[in-house]
Design a protein around this ligand. Structure first.
Ligand SMILES: NC(=O)c1ccc[n+]([C@@H]2O[C@H](COP(=O)([O-])OP(=O)(O)OC[C@H]3O[C@@H](n4cnc5c(N)ncnc54)[C@H](O)[C@@H]3O)[C@@H](O)[C@H]2O)c1
Length: 314
């Protein structure tokens, strides 16, 4: 059984432990805070039981859990691995120090992936002898329910490293994409920021309520995007495909883009507006229950997508 090391067992590290153990990898988890791995493993037990109840793991949750062990040191977690996923707190100096230790401890063939949300790979790997085997592998929380993982290398990350990381994440059931050049926000957060910035600007400007904004996405844009993405969606929205679509509608998109670029950024004045709308729908003491509801809906959607993916496309 191939081994994966998990470095940092907070919210994201423990979710990665589930991803790799669920796919049959042996997982060794280490965290710098004493007691953190034990606390996280209790949360892992609950999540695995939920996944089993939703039919999203194909064996008893205890069998998956048995593949996750606590490592006493970073060196023990990294020993004999094919892949290491680093998920310590988002601090550049900590990532640099952890990567120095990992590069010394992991076997030469192991790929070293970081969960960092926003730090470029080149900022914490330049000094390493083994920098060619390092990359960012950015997840969305929780990665055992949202499969996308953005692989972003530094200029010195080798093509073999990217290919091996893609293969390992695919075997783990994730959907890796490659960020071809380093860029702030990678791909997902650039798209998310474009949508959120415009959403907040529209709400602050009094053009739409927060609830109707959400309806526009969940009962409009988001329905097709959950299984096609915006490029394929556009391709199917004109008789002769995306070139035809852009010939017909690009003037609209370019006009809106010009007006967005000329607009003022949204201000903090929008915060009480969106907060009031959300707290009336989900009081603060019910947020945890709403998060559990979100995860159940996500599990149902994943089961639906998995069943539909078996049907042939024309
Ligand atoms: N939370 C999210 O939604 C999310 C999503 C995508 C990526 N990320 C990224 O994942 C990483 C982890 O985030 P998180 O939300 O799990 O944070 P967290 O605070 O829940 O967990 C971080 C863990 O790392 C440990 N740790 C901190 N510094 C350490 C060090 N120097 N050495 C060893 N262990 C150390 C802590 O004890 C803790 O258990 C961050 O880089 C973050 O940007 C987070």
């Amino acid at each position: 059984m191939e081994k994966v090391g998990i470095i940092g067992m907070g919210l994201i590290g423990r979710a990665w432990a589930i991803v790799f153990a669920r796919a049959g990898f042996q997982v060794a988890a280490w965290d710098g805070t004493p007691g953190a791995v034990k606390r996280s493993l209790a949360a892992v037990d609950t999540s695995l039981a939920d996944l089993e109840a939703a039919g999203l793991i194909s064996e008893p949750h205890t069998a998956v859990r048995a593949r996750i062990v606590e490592a006493a040191t970073l060196e023990e977690a990294a020993a004999n691995t094919v892949y290491v996923q680093e998920s310590v707190t988002e601090k550049l100096d900590d990532k640099r120090a952890i990567y120095s230790a990992l590069d010394a401890a992991a076997p030469a063939g192991a790929v070293l992936g970081s969960s960092t949300s926003a730090i470029q790979c080149s900022h914490f790997t330049e000094h390493l002898a083994g920098r060619a085997r390092c990359l960012v592998a950015h997840p969305v929380n929780p990665p055992y329910l949202v499969p996308i993982v953005e692989l972003s290398g530094a200029p010195w990350t080798s093509a073999v490293t990217i290919a091996r990381a893609r293969a390992i994440h695919e075997r783990a059931g994730q959907v890796p994409i490659t960020v071809l050049k380093e860029i702030d926000g990678f791909i997902l957060n650039r798209l998310q920021s474009a949508l959120l910035n415009e959403a907040f600007r529209l709400i602050e400007g009094g053009y739409v309520s927060p609830d109707d904004l959400d309806r526009t996405v969940k009962d409009g844009l988001g329905l097709r995007w959950s299984f096609m993405g915006p490029v394929e969606t556009a391709d199917l929205n004109a008789p002769a495909g995306i070139a035809d679509y852009l010939k017909r509608y690009s003037a609209i998109f370019r006009g809106v883009d010009t007006s967005i670029r000329a607009a003022e950024p949204w201000s903090d004045a929008v915060i009480p507006v969106v907060d009031a709308a959300r707290r009336s729908a989900a009081p603060t003491e019910k947020i945890a229950a709403h998060q559990a509801w979100r995860d159940r809906r996500l599990m149902a959607l994943l089961a639906h997508k998995a069943a539909q993916a078996k049907l042939p496309k024309p």
